[in-house]
Design a protein around this ligand. Structure first.
Ligand code: ADP
Length: 445
């Protein structure tokens, strides 16, 4: 593989790496969301800002012009279709672009504009006349590093003097010759080698250090230590920036070690609610019976787009097969597919090429398909012990915020046990789940 790799393009390498990805881990989830997402997520919460120096005025911007960006970068920003800064960018950008540079820890769910923000900060701080590495960004995986690199390339499209290098596996370099690219994006291991073993970059000349996806980073063996070792050899006045989608205590502790004297920006994830959802259940006897019921309601559910959740891959595959035999066009999202294949399935579904997506919970966890307004629980969600999984139920069918459209959830019950699960979920949320007679669908119209 090594020998072959040399002549291979980055795209092919990405593809090969994607295929070998362990599914269902956090990095994969994050990557899938990046591949799928093409706009900002809605969030109506307030941004919380904790300034290092509470006496200095708090700047926020409503336009990109206010940031006094280099014209080439402003052009890049508008070229990407951004009209105004996202919620998190309103506060993060002025802090990151301030003189002297300020350190920042920022937390907000994926899709809120963090990557675009730090890429803009890196590109703003580069002096293109200097042919050495000035901005360094570390990402948890090869694939995530490549995705960030793509954002650098897009945003820097009109600023061709700024060059980018990828410190990722497969990108072999000769020892000792300093690289000229001003921006380097990579994974901790390779970045560490480039800095210390191969001496391709002078750590003392790094002006901006970004650690992205801190929560995914610490979930990967060895990355935490390597990140800290990299951070230690950077100059004291190097700007340190850390981003994370979630903020557990462990992430917070790690962030504290990476970023001294930080400003902190947080945007809470929007709460999901069942308020705008009509919930029903259908009483069945077994999976064949559930399949029949599903065929009966097929016409109703395909007025919009629907997602159908099954407990196992096997049931999902069986159901997809049965539905296809009936002549219904359905898509199947399954854990044994490569990340690329899964991204393609979700992409087609998003574009409306398929109206029904059948999946397992594990496979679809953490993936946001916003336009789905009908959710079918072919199997009710259970945790590992077989108890009702309220959290997953809410996540499958819940909507966020005031933008949340009305939705419809239909639960398939196939016996006493699942009836008990349904009752427990109903009680937990204190929201009625109404019985539906699939021979008489007037109820749900
Ligand atoms: P995060 O890093 O928080 O996951 P991204 O920076 O990747 O978020 O942004 C999510 C999506 O929104 C991307 O498709 C990105 O191009 C887009 N985006 C980012 N900032 C803006 C903006 N100010 N206006 C419009 N779209 C934006």
């Amino acid at each position: 593989f090594d020998e072959e790799e040399k002549g291979v393009s980055t795209d092919t390498q990405t593809f090969m790496a994607l295929c070998s990805c362990v599914p269902e881990d956090r990095a994969t989830q994050s990557l899938l969301n990046k591949l799928i997402r093409c706009s900002l997520v809605n969030n109506t919460n307030q941004v919380e800002v904790l300034q290092r120096d509470p006496n200095s005025p708090l700047y926020s911007v409503k336009t990109f012009e206010e940031l006094r960006l280099k014209p080439q970068l402003l052009q890049g920003v508008y070229g990407m279709g951004f009209n105004r800064p996202s919620k998190i960018q309103e506060n993060a950008l002025p802090m990151m672009l301030a003189e002297p540079p300020q350190n920042l820890i920022a937390q907000s769910q994926s899709g809120t504009g963090k990557t675009a923000a730090f890429v803009l900060a890196m590109l703003s701080h580069v002096d293109p006349a200097n042919k050495w590495t000035q901005c360094l960004c570390i990402s948890p995986t090869y694939e995530l590093a490549v995705q960030t690199g793509k954002v650098v390339e897009q945003m820097g499209k009109f600023y061709p003097e700024v060059k980018l290098a990828y410190a990722i596996r497969g990108n072999r370099m000769e020892r000792g010759n300093k690289i000229q690219q001003q921006v380097v994006i990579g994974t901790p291991g390779t970045v560490f080698d480039w800095l210390l073993k191969l001496k391709l970059m002078d750590p003392k000349k790094i002006r901006v250090f970004v650690l992205d996806e801190a929560d995914v980073m610490i979930a990967t063996q060895g990355h935490q230590d390597q990140s800290i070792r990299i951070q230690r050899i950077l100059p004291r006045d190097c700007q340190m920036l850390l981003f994370s989608a979630t903020f557990e205590d462990t992430v917070w502790k790690f962030a504290g070690r990476i970023v001294p004297d930080p400003n902190v920006i947080k945007l809470k994830r929007e709460e999901e609610t069942l308020d705008t959802i009509k919930q029903y259940y259908v009483l069945c006897h077994n999976k064949e019976d559930k399949f029949c019921a599903l065929c009966n309601i097929y016409g109703v559910i395909t007025i919009a787009q629907a997602m159908i959740f099954c407990h196992t891959r096997k049931i999902a595959a069986w159901l997809a097969g049965q539905m296809s035999k009936e002549g219904h066009q359905v898509a199947l999202l399954s854990g044994e597919m490569t990340v690329e294949q899964r991204a393609a399935v979700i992409q087609r579904f998003r574009e409306g090429k398929e109206k029904v997506l059948i999946t397992t919970n594990v496979c679809a966890r953490g993936i946001d398909v916003e336009q789905v307004s009908v959710v079918i629980n072919f199997d009710l969600p259970l945790d590992k012990e077989g108890n009702p999984d309220n959290k997953t139920y809410l996540h499958r069918i819940g909507r966020t915020g005031r933008f949340g459209k009305r939705g419809l959830a239909i639960n398939m019950v196939d016996g006493e046990y699942s009836m008990g699960v349904l009752k427990a979920i109903e009680k937990h949320f204190n929201k009625k789940i109404v019985k539906l007679d699939t021979d008489d669908l007037d109820e749900i119209e």
